[in-house]
Design a protein around this ligand. Structure first.
Ligand code: BG6
Length: 481
């Protein structure tokens, strides 16, 4: 039997985000972002780490992209810092910022690497936060669409793939429910859903603007999707899984793909008094934009296990493991609906993230059945403690095993009929993990820096050479039959 591969032209890639790699936080006219401010609050990040320097990609992007080219990368997904383009969120454009990203794009194109641009990877201009509470106000929708439209016009002809919003479910959940991201609100559920509604509208209006400017371009959102399993066959757990999926996954993906909320989840939120206000015009906008979306972007890290959660059960506010001390994360859930216990059949990472390669195939098949959309896996990877040896080698065989297992499942999903356009590992270089400092490493390239600092020199890990071969053989080196 011959070995399976991904389809011809498949976008083998890797991803990053501006705040996590660039540094240069106050250089060349960049404005202040909500993250620049949030990290100053004691206790919010691991060992008070910030992105002020990050891994200095701003000054080293040519070196980093040359390493991508040598590896044979077909696409590089990166985000644009809104504050480099519009330092105050709207108003005057900062030309240096526009030039910086144009240089990054040109550097990719020079090596035939397809640039894939994320418009919003969580770093909101602080000016908008201060003016009207950022995403809490519908005014943020217009500001975002203005910013997005500016970039569509600036880079049209050079950038074909665009991601509107990165992990809307994560930044809103952490921002308005658990206070772990800016603006640091706790259990403000009503605002959380209203904010999400504003972000959906921003996404939708950007999609509509995009299709006017670049009808041939490709656009979608990237969703942090954790497919789920019921813990057993008890009917109450099956129902909990259904409710969990509607509230935790389909609430977002249905809006991107269908332009409407899942009806039973909406009814539940109405009963709780926390449903968003949705006008008829909003519904129309969401619906029309959904017809024009080109793909479902998926950031896949893990699956969830679901069990019924009694009314006096766990809350969404359990501790999250941000230290890498295995077993310190707590079970969370919604009282009266569901909880997410650990899965006895699966291993976890040092940060208690479930390792479930077949969950990636599950995610692709679920999306294909439910939405019939092409898929871009915009993130997948393993955060781990890596060690550099005295002769500057990094033997990350555990990362190779993790990625290989996931890619085998992806190839099977493709063989089973899912239309998968690309796959980006998280991440190309090591970078700042928002809440977990620099010690949680994801890259193919080791960056010599820790929470205190470092030389910022780059070193290829063993996984770098391994992925190079995967790309060269279009996946055949993974020996899936
Ligand atoms: C995703 C984000 O949530 O996962 C990335 O889009 C993030 O920005 C990545 O870094 C890994 O998460 P973490 O918390 O381990 O850095």
């Amino acid at each position: 039997m011959s070995q399976l591969t991904m389809p011809k032209g498949f976008l083998w890639g890797s991803a990053s985000a501006a705040y996590q790699i660039e540094g240069a936080h106050n250089i060349d006219g960049k404005g202040v972002s909500n993250w620049d401010e949030f990290v100053k609050i004691p206790g919010k990040t691991f060992k008070e780490t910030t992105g002020e320097v990050a891994v200095d990609h701003y000054h080293r992007f040519k070196e980093d992209i040359a390493l991508m080219a040598e590896m044979g990368l077909k696409t590089y997904r990166f985000s644009i810092a809104w504050t480099r383009i519009f330092p105050n969120g709207t108003g005057e454009v900062n030309q240096s910022g526009v030039d910086f990203y144009e240089a990054v794009i040109d550097e990719c194109l020079k090596y035939k690497i397809e640039p894939m641009v994320t418009l919003y990877h969580w770093d909101l201009p602080q000016a908008l936060e201060e003016a009207y509470g950022g995403w809490e106000s519908p005014q943020a929708i217009d500001a975002y669409v203005n910013y997005a439209t500016y970039l569509f016009n600036a880079y049209k002809g050079k950038v074909k793939y665009w991601i509107t919003i990165n992990e809307q479910n994560i930044f809103t959940g952490f921002g308005w429910m658990t206070a772990m991201h800016p603006p640091g609100k706790f259990n403000d559920e009503k605002t959380y859903y209203q904010v999400n509604h504003h972000v959906f509208l921003a996404h939708a209006k950007a999609v509509l603007a995009f299709k006017e400017i670049m009808p041939e371009g490709k656009i979608g959102a990237s969703f942090a999707y954790s497919p789920s399993y019921a813990i057993d066959s008890r009917p109450e757990n099956g129902m909990a899984k259904l409710d969990h999926d509607n509230l935790k996954s389909f609430w977002w993906m249905d809006v991107y793909a269908y332009g409407r909320y899942p009806r039973t989840a909406l009814r539940y939120l109405e009963k709780q008094g926390v449903a968003p206000t949705i006008t008829e015009e909003d519904s129309k906008t969401l619906h029309v934009a959904a017809q024009k979306v080109d793909f479902m972007g998926v950031n896949y890290y893990q699956t969830a296990t679901v069990e019924y959660n009694p009314l006096d059960g766990v809350t969404p506010f359990g501790e999250m493991n941000t230290t890498g001390k295995k077993g310190t994360g707590q079970v969370t859930g919604v009282p009266g609906v569901y909880k997410n216990p650990s899965n006895p059949y699966l291993e976890t990472t040092d940060w208690d993230w479930v390792i479930d390669p077949s969950g990636l195939r599950f995610a692709c098949k679920e999306i294909t059945s439910r939405y019939d959309l092409p898929i871009i896996i915009s993130e997948n990877g393993l955060g781990a403690f890596d060690k550099k040896t005295t002769d500057n080698k990094i033997h990350d065989d555990y990362r190779i095993a993790y990625l290989a297992a996931h890619l085998k499942e992806l190839i099977k999903a493709s063989d089973e009929g899912c239309e998968i356009l690309g796959y980006c590992t998280w991440s190309f270089t090591d970078l700042l993990s928002w809440l977990n400092g620099y010690q949680k490493r994801y890259g193919f390239i080791y960056v010599d820096r820790d929470e205190e600092g470092g030389t910022l020199d780059r070193y290829k890990k063993d996984s770098y050479y391994w992925y190079k071969e995967v790309i060269e053989t279009n996946g055949a080196s993974l020996s899936v039959e």
